[in-house]
Design a protein around this ligand. Structure first.
Ligand SMILES: Cc1ncc(COP(=O)(O)O)c(C=O)c1O
Length: 368
Protein backbone atom coordinates (compact mmCIF):
# COMPACT_ATOMS: atom_id res chain seq x y z
CA UNK A 1 0.00 0.00 0.00
CA UNK A 2 2.87 2.35 0.83
CA UNK A 3 4.51 1.88 -2.56
CA UNK A 4 1.23 2.08 -4.46
CA UNK A 5 0.34 5.36 -2.74
CA UNK A 6 3.76 6.76 -3.56
CA UNK A 7 3.44 5.73 -7.22
CA UNK A 8 0.03 7.39 -7.39
CA UNK A 9 1.33 10.68 -5.96
CA UNK A 10 3.96 10.80 -8.74
CA UNK A 11 1.54 9.84 -11.52
CA UNK A 12 -0.56 12.07 -13.82
CA UNK A 13 -3.88 10.61 -12.60
CA UNK A 14 -5.86 13.73 -11.74
CA UNK A 15 -8.13 13.47 -8.66
CA UNK A 16 -11.69 14.44 -9.61
CA UNK A 17 -12.72 12.75 -6.36
CA UNK A 18 -12.52 13.12 -2.58
CA UNK A 19 -10.73 14.29 -0.45
CA UNK A 20 -11.22 17.99 -1.08
CA UNK A 21 -7.54 18.87 -0.72
CA UNK A 22 -6.96 17.14 -4.10
CA UNK A 23 -3.53 15.93 -3.02
CA UNK A 24 -2.15 19.48 -3.29
CA UNK A 25 0.71 20.74 -1.17
CA UNK A 26 -0.29 23.32 1.42
CA UNK A 27 3.16 24.59 2.38
CA UNK A 28 3.23 22.97 5.83
CA UNK A 29 4.89 19.91 7.33
CA UNK A 30 1.63 18.07 6.67
CA UNK A 31 2.31 17.93 2.95
CA UNK A 32 3.68 14.39 2.77
CA UNK A 33 0.40 13.25 4.31
CA UNK A 34 -1.70 15.44 1.97
CA UNK A 35 -0.10 14.20 -1.24
CA UNK A 36 -0.55 10.56 -0.20
CA UNK A 37 -4.06 10.91 1.20
CA UNK A 38 -6.77 9.52 -1.06
CA UNK A 39 -10.20 7.95 -0.92
CA UNK A 40 -11.07 4.40 -1.99
CA UNK A 41 -10.42 4.80 -5.74
CA UNK A 42 -9.71 2.04 -8.31
CA UNK A 43 -6.77 -0.21 -7.36
CA UNK A 44 -6.87 0.94 -3.74
CA UNK A 45 -9.41 -1.49 -2.36
CA UNK A 46 -12.27 -0.91 0.11
CA UNK A 47 -11.82 -1.24 3.86
CA UNK A 48 -15.42 -2.43 4.23
CA UNK A 49 -14.86 -5.32 1.80
CA UNK A 50 -11.13 -5.62 1.22
CA UNK A 51 -9.80 -7.72 -1.64
CA UNK A 52 -6.65 -5.86 -2.72
CA UNK A 53 -4.00 -3.75 -1.01
CA UNK A 54 -5.98 -3.48 2.25
CA UNK A 55 -6.61 -7.24 2.30
CA UNK A 56 -2.84 -7.73 1.87
CA UNK A 57 -2.14 -5.54 4.90
CA UNK A 58 -4.75 -7.38 6.97
CA UNK A 59 -3.16 -10.68 5.93
CA UNK A 60 0.23 -9.33 7.01
CA UNK A 61 -1.34 -8.36 10.34
CA UNK A 62 -2.82 -11.83 10.86
CA UNK A 63 0.52 -13.45 9.99
CA UNK A 64 2.47 -11.21 12.35
CA UNK A 65 0.23 -12.12 15.30
CA UNK A 66 -0.41 -15.72 14.20
CA UNK A 67 -4.17 -15.05 14.11
CA UNK A 68 -6.74 -16.69 11.84
CA UNK A 69 -8.07 -13.32 10.72
CA UNK A 70 -7.18 -9.69 11.37
CA UNK A 71 -9.16 -6.54 10.71
CA UNK A 72 -7.79 -3.01 10.67
CA UNK A 73 -9.56 -0.36 12.71
CA UNK A 74 -8.70 3.24 11.89
CA UNK A 75 -11.06 4.24 14.71
CA UNK A 76 -8.85 2.79 17.40
CA UNK A 77 -9.53 -0.02 19.83
CA UNK A 78 -12.60 1.97 20.80
CA UNK A 79 -14.18 0.80 17.52
CA UNK A 80 -12.66 -2.67 18.04
CA UNK A 81 -14.34 -3.06 21.42
CA UNK A 82 -17.70 -1.63 20.34
CA UNK A 83 -17.76 -3.92 17.30
CA UNK A 84 -16.60 -7.18 18.82
CA UNK A 85 -18.84 -6.94 21.87
CA UNK A 86 -21.85 -6.02 19.72
CA UNK A 87 -21.09 -8.90 17.37
CA UNK A 88 -20.99 -11.44 20.18
CA UNK A 89 -23.65 -10.27 22.61
CA UNK A 90 -27.20 -9.74 21.29
CA UNK A 91 -29.32 -6.83 22.42
CA UNK A 92 -30.37 -7.30 26.06
CA UNK A 93 -28.06 -10.30 26.39
CA UNK A 94 -25.90 -11.33 29.30
CA UNK A 95 -22.30 -10.04 29.27
CA UNK A 96 -19.50 -10.68 31.74
CA UNK A 97 -16.96 -7.87 31.78
CA UNK A 98 -13.93 -6.61 33.60
CA UNK A 99 -15.01 -3.81 35.93
CA UNK A 100 -11.75 -2.03 35.12
CA UNK A 101 -12.74 -1.68 31.47
CA UNK A 102 -12.22 1.15 29.03
CA UNK A 103 -15.22 3.40 28.41
CA UNK A 104 -15.79 1.78 24.98
CA UNK A 105 -16.70 -1.48 26.77
CA UNK A 106 -19.18 0.37 28.99
CA UNK A 107 -20.54 2.19 25.94
CA UNK A 108 -21.05 -1.10 24.08
CA UNK A 109 -22.92 -2.40 27.13
CA UNK A 110 -25.16 0.69 27.22
CA UNK A 111 -25.93 0.49 23.50
CA UNK A 112 -26.73 -3.22 23.82
CA UNK A 113 -28.65 -2.75 27.10
CA UNK A 114 -26.84 -5.80 28.40
CA UNK A 115 -27.32 -7.54 31.69
CA UNK A 116 -23.80 -7.18 33.07
CA UNK A 117 -21.93 -9.25 35.59
CA UNK A 118 -18.62 -7.77 36.68
CA UNK A 119 -15.26 -9.44 37.10
CA UNK A 120 -13.46 -7.70 39.94
CA UNK A 121 -9.73 -7.20 40.42
CA UNK A 122 -7.75 -6.38 43.49
CA UNK A 123 -5.82 -3.19 44.16
CA UNK A 124 -2.15 -3.69 45.01
CA UNK A 125 -1.66 -2.48 48.56
CA UNK A 126 1.84 -1.00 48.12
CA UNK A 127 1.25 1.17 45.04
CA UNK A 128 -2.55 1.32 44.77
CA UNK A 129 -2.43 0.10 41.16
CA UNK A 130 -5.23 -2.11 39.90
CA UNK A 131 -3.98 -5.66 39.42
CA UNK A 132 -5.36 -8.40 37.15
CA UNK A 133 -8.50 -10.45 36.76
CA UNK A 134 -7.49 -13.76 38.29
CA UNK A 135 -8.29 -17.16 36.86
CA UNK A 136 -10.09 -18.00 40.12
CA UNK A 137 -12.31 -14.93 39.76
CA UNK A 138 -13.34 -15.97 36.25
CA UNK A 139 -14.04 -19.55 37.36
CA UNK A 140 -16.07 -18.37 40.35
CA UNK A 141 -18.20 -15.91 38.38
CA UNK A 142 -18.87 -18.40 35.60
CA UNK A 143 -19.90 -21.16 38.00
CA UNK A 144 -22.26 -18.68 39.73
CA UNK A 145 -23.72 -17.69 36.35
CA UNK A 146 -24.23 -21.35 35.49
CA UNK A 147 -26.05 -21.95 38.77
CA UNK A 148 -28.26 -18.92 38.02
CA UNK A 149 -28.88 -20.33 34.55
CA UNK A 150 -27.59 -17.06 33.09
CA UNK A 151 -24.33 -17.80 31.33
CA UNK A 152 -22.96 -14.76 29.48
CA UNK A 153 -22.74 -14.64 25.68
CA UNK A 154 -19.16 -13.41 25.98
CA UNK A 155 -16.53 -12.60 28.61
CA UNK A 156 -14.23 -9.57 28.30
CA UNK A 157 -10.96 -9.17 30.18
CA UNK A 158 -8.47 -6.31 29.90
CA UNK A 159 -4.88 -7.52 29.73
CA UNK A 160 -2.30 -6.04 29.86
CA UNK A 161 -3.45 -3.18 32.03
CA UNK A 162 -2.35 0.39 31.35
CA UNK A 163 0.41 -0.11 33.92
CA UNK A 164 1.62 -3.38 32.37
CA UNK A 165 0.11 -6.14 34.51
CA UNK A 166 -0.66 -9.25 32.50
CA UNK A 167 -3.34 -11.81 33.41
CA UNK A 168 -3.20 -15.56 32.82
CA UNK A 169 -4.97 -15.10 29.51
CA UNK A 170 -4.46 -18.67 28.25
CA UNK A 171 -5.81 -20.09 31.53
CA UNK A 172 -8.76 -17.69 31.45
CA UNK A 173 -9.49 -18.64 27.82
CA UNK A 174 -9.59 -22.34 28.80
CA UNK A 175 -11.91 -21.59 31.73
CA UNK A 176 -14.28 -19.56 29.55
CA UNK A 177 -14.20 -22.13 26.75
CA UNK A 178 -15.17 -24.86 29.22
CA UNK A 179 -18.63 -23.26 29.10
CA UNK A 180 -18.55 -22.86 25.30
CA UNK A 181 -18.30 -19.07 25.66
CA UNK A 182 -15.92 -16.83 23.66
CA UNK A 183 -13.30 -14.65 25.35
CA UNK A 184 -12.60 -11.09 24.19
CA UNK A 185 -9.26 -9.71 25.32
CA UNK A 186 -8.97 -5.97 25.41
CA UNK A 187 -5.23 -5.93 24.73
CA UNK A 188 -5.17 -2.33 23.60
CA UNK A 189 -1.95 -1.90 25.58
CA UNK A 190 -0.35 -5.12 24.39
CA UNK A 191 0.20 -4.84 20.62
CA UNK A 192 3.96 -5.13 21.20
CA UNK A 193 3.62 -8.39 23.17
CA UNK A 194 2.69 -11.91 22.09
CA UNK A 195 -1.13 -11.98 22.00
CA UNK A 196 -2.85 -15.09 23.37
CA UNK A 197 -3.96 -17.24 20.46
CA UNK A 198 -6.45 -18.95 22.74
CA UNK A 199 -8.53 -15.78 23.05
CA UNK A 200 -11.28 -15.79 20.45
CA UNK A 201 -10.84 -12.08 19.90
CA UNK A 202 -8.04 -9.72 20.85
CA UNK A 203 -8.35 -5.98 20.32
CA UNK A 204 -4.96 -4.29 20.03
CA UNK A 205 -3.91 -0.65 19.58
CA UNK A 206 -0.90 -0.73 17.26
CA UNK A 207 -0.62 3.01 17.79
CA UNK A 208 -0.14 2.79 21.56
CA UNK A 209 3.07 0.79 21.69
CA UNK A 210 4.30 0.18 18.13
CA UNK A 211 5.37 2.50 15.30
CA UNK A 212 1.87 3.10 13.91
CA UNK A 213 -0.01 6.37 13.81
CA UNK A 214 -2.58 7.39 16.37
CA UNK A 215 -5.96 5.66 15.83
CA UNK A 216 -4.50 2.54 14.15
CA UNK A 217 -5.74 -0.62 15.85
CA UNK A 218 -6.59 -4.17 14.92
CA UNK A 219 -9.05 -6.90 15.81
CA UNK A 220 -7.57 -10.41 15.82
CA UNK A 221 -9.93 -13.38 15.53
CA UNK A 222 -9.09 -16.99 16.35
CA UNK A 223 -10.88 -20.34 16.65
CA UNK A 224 -14.33 -21.49 15.74
CA UNK A 225 -16.51 -19.91 18.46
CA UNK A 226 -16.63 -16.57 16.67
CA UNK A 227 -17.69 -15.89 13.10
CA UNK A 228 -15.13 -13.46 11.62
CA UNK A 229 -17.65 -12.17 9.08
CA UNK A 230 -20.05 -11.22 11.86
CA UNK A 231 -17.26 -9.32 13.64
CA UNK A 232 -16.42 -7.57 10.37
CA UNK A 233 -20.09 -6.66 9.86
CA UNK A 234 -20.04 -4.77 13.17
CA UNK A 235 -16.67 -3.17 12.48
CA UNK A 236 -18.24 -1.81 9.31
CA UNK A 237 -21.15 -0.45 11.34
CA UNK A 238 -18.97 1.41 13.84
CA UNK A 239 -16.07 2.39 11.60
CA UNK A 240 -15.88 5.35 9.23
CA UNK A 241 -16.60 4.68 5.55
CA UNK A 242 -13.82 7.13 4.68
CA UNK A 243 -10.73 5.46 6.17
CA UNK A 244 -7.50 7.41 5.97
CA UNK A 245 -4.92 5.81 3.69
CA UNK A 246 -2.20 7.58 5.63
CA UNK A 247 -3.35 5.69 8.74
CA UNK A 248 -3.75 2.37 6.93
CA UNK A 249 -0.35 2.77 5.29
CA UNK A 250 1.11 3.39 8.73
CA UNK A 251 -0.25 -0.01 9.81
CA UNK A 252 1.69 -1.57 6.96
CA UNK A 253 4.76 0.49 7.76
CA UNK A 254 4.58 -0.66 11.37
CA UNK A 255 4.40 -4.32 10.30
CA UNK A 256 7.28 -3.86 7.86
CA UNK A 257 9.43 -2.37 10.61
CA UNK A 258 8.55 -5.14 13.05
CA UNK A 259 9.03 -7.91 10.47
CA UNK A 260 12.37 -6.51 9.28
CA UNK A 261 13.99 -5.48 12.54
CA UNK A 262 11.53 -6.22 15.33
CA UNK A 263 13.76 -8.83 17.00
CA UNK A 264 16.72 -6.46 17.14
CA UNK A 265 14.59 -3.54 18.32
CA UNK A 266 13.05 -5.68 21.07
CA UNK A 267 16.46 -6.90 22.21
CA UNK A 268 17.77 -3.34 22.43
CA UNK A 269 14.68 -2.30 24.37
CA UNK A 270 15.16 -5.20 26.82
CA UNK A 271 18.79 -4.17 27.39
CA UNK A 272 17.77 -0.58 28.02
CA UNK A 273 15.05 -1.73 30.40
CA UNK A 274 17.63 -3.82 32.27
CA UNK A 275 19.49 -0.55 32.77
CA UNK A 276 16.39 1.18 34.15
CA UNK A 277 15.17 -1.61 36.44
CA UNK A 278 18.68 -2.21 37.82
CA UNK A 279 18.51 1.32 39.24
CA UNK A 280 16.25 -0.17 41.91
CA UNK A 281 19.36 -1.64 43.58
CA UNK A 282 20.70 1.83 44.38
CA UNK A 283 17.53 3.91 44.70
CA UNK A 284 16.69 4.87 48.28
CA UNK A 285 13.33 6.61 47.99
CA UNK A 286 12.08 6.11 44.46
CA UNK A 287 11.26 2.65 43.23
CA UNK A 288 10.37 1.29 39.80
CA UNK A 289 7.44 -0.91 40.61
CA UNK A 290 5.79 -3.79 38.78
CA UNK A 291 7.73 -7.03 38.33
CA UNK A 292 7.82 -7.75 42.08
CA UNK A 293 4.06 -8.40 42.01
CA UNK A 294 4.17 -11.30 39.55
CA UNK A 295 2.51 -14.32 41.14
CA UNK A 296 0.20 -12.28 43.37
CA UNK A 297 -3.10 -10.43 42.82
CA UNK A 298 -3.84 -12.52 39.69
CA UNK A 299 -0.73 -11.11 38.02
CA UNK A 300 0.78 -13.69 35.71
CA UNK A 301 3.42 -11.55 34.06
CA UNK A 302 4.55 -7.96 33.74
CA UNK A 303 5.41 -5.75 30.77
CA UNK A 304 8.58 -3.95 31.80
CA UNK A 305 8.21 -1.34 29.06
CA UNK A 306 5.67 0.29 31.39
CA UNK A 307 8.00 2.09 33.77
CA UNK A 308 5.95 2.90 36.88
CA UNK A 309 7.78 5.11 39.36
CA UNK A 310 6.73 5.45 42.96
CA UNK A 311 8.13 7.38 45.95
CA UNK A 312 8.27 4.77 48.68
CA UNK A 313 8.66 7.40 51.37
CA UNK A 314 5.21 8.71 50.44
CA UNK A 315 6.45 12.33 50.31
CA UNK A 316 5.49 12.63 46.66
CA UNK A 317 2.27 11.40 45.12
CA UNK A 318 1.96 10.36 41.48
CA UNK A 319 1.03 13.87 40.33
CA UNK A 320 4.09 15.40 42.01
CA UNK A 321 6.46 12.88 40.41
CA UNK A 322 4.79 13.53 37.05
CA UNK A 323 5.23 17.29 37.39
CA UNK A 324 8.89 16.98 38.33
CA UNK A 325 9.70 14.78 35.31
CA UNK A 326 7.88 17.15 32.99
CA UNK A 327 8.82 20.52 34.43
CA UNK A 328 12.36 19.94 35.69
CA UNK A 329 13.66 17.26 33.29
CA UNK A 330 11.49 17.87 30.22
CA UNK A 331 10.45 14.23 30.11
CA UNK A 332 6.73 13.92 29.38
CA UNK A 333 5.18 11.00 31.28
CA UNK A 334 2.21 9.06 29.90
CA UNK A 335 0.09 9.59 32.99
CA UNK A 336 0.04 9.38 36.77
CA UNK A 337 -2.07 7.46 39.24
CA UNK A 338 -2.60 8.25 42.90
CA UNK A 339 0.88 7.01 43.85
CA UNK A 340 2.76 6.30 40.61
CA UNK A 341 3.97 8.02 37.49
CA UNK A 342 4.02 6.03 34.24
CA UNK A 343 6.83 6.52 31.73
CA UNK A 344 5.86 4.48 28.68
CA UNK A 345 8.72 3.09 26.64
CA UNK A 346 8.89 1.14 23.42
CA UNK A 347 10.96 -0.16 20.55
CA UNK A 348 11.22 3.26 18.94
CA UNK A 349 12.73 4.96 21.98
CA UNK A 350 16.23 6.34 21.64
CA UNK A 351 19.38 5.80 23.70
CA UNK A 352 19.27 9.51 24.52
CA UNK A 353 15.74 9.20 25.89
CA UNK A 354 16.71 6.29 28.13
CA UNK A 355 19.90 8.02 29.31
CA UNK A 356 17.93 11.11 30.28
CA UNK A 357 15.33 8.97 32.06
CA UNK A 358 17.95 7.07 34.07
CA UNK A 359 19.71 10.31 35.01
CA UNK A 360 16.44 11.97 36.03
CA UNK A 361 15.39 9.04 38.22
CA UNK A 362 18.79 8.96 39.92
CA UNK A 363 18.83 12.72 40.37
CA UNK A 364 15.30 12.98 41.82
CA UNK A 365 16.12 10.15 44.20
CA UNK A 366 19.29 11.87 45.37
CA UNK A 367 17.42 15.12 46.05
CA UNK A 368 14.80 13.23 48.06
C1 LIG B 1 -7.78 -0.70 27.99
C2 LIG B 1 -8.12 0.16 26.81
N1 LIG B 1 -8.93 -0.33 25.88
C3 LIG B 1 -9.28 0.40 24.78
C4 LIG B 1 -8.83 1.68 24.63
C5 LIG B 1 -9.22 2.46 23.42
O1 LIG B 1 -8.16 2.49 22.54
P1 LIG B 1 -8.03 3.54 21.34
O2 LIG B 1 -7.45 4.77 21.94
O3 LIG B 1 -7.10 2.85 20.40
O4 LIG B 1 -9.39 3.76 20.78
C6 LIG B 1 -7.98 2.24 25.59
C7 LIG B 1 -7.46 3.61 25.44
O5 LIG B 1 -6.72 4.13 26.22
C8 LIG B 1 -7.63 1.46 26.73
O6 LIG B 1 -6.84 1.96 27.68
Amino acid sequence: MIDELDRLSGSDLYPFHMPGHKRQRTGTWLDEAYIHDITEIDDFDDLQEPEGVIAETEKKLADYYGADRAFISVNGSTCGNLSTISALVPHGGSFMMDRNSHKSVYNASCLGEYRISFLERETIRENKLTACISLDMVKLKLSQAKKDNDLPKAVLVTSPTYEGFIADTDGIADAVHAYGIPLILDSAHGAHLPVSKKADIAVISLHKTLPAMTQVSAVLVNGSLVKPDEVKRYINIFQTTSPSYVLMASAENCLNIMNDKGQKLKKTLEERLDGVYSLNESLRSLHITGPEHIGRYGIYDFDRSKINIIDRTGKMDGRKIYDIFRNEYHLQPERHTERTCLMMSGVMDTEEGFTRLRQAITDIDKKL
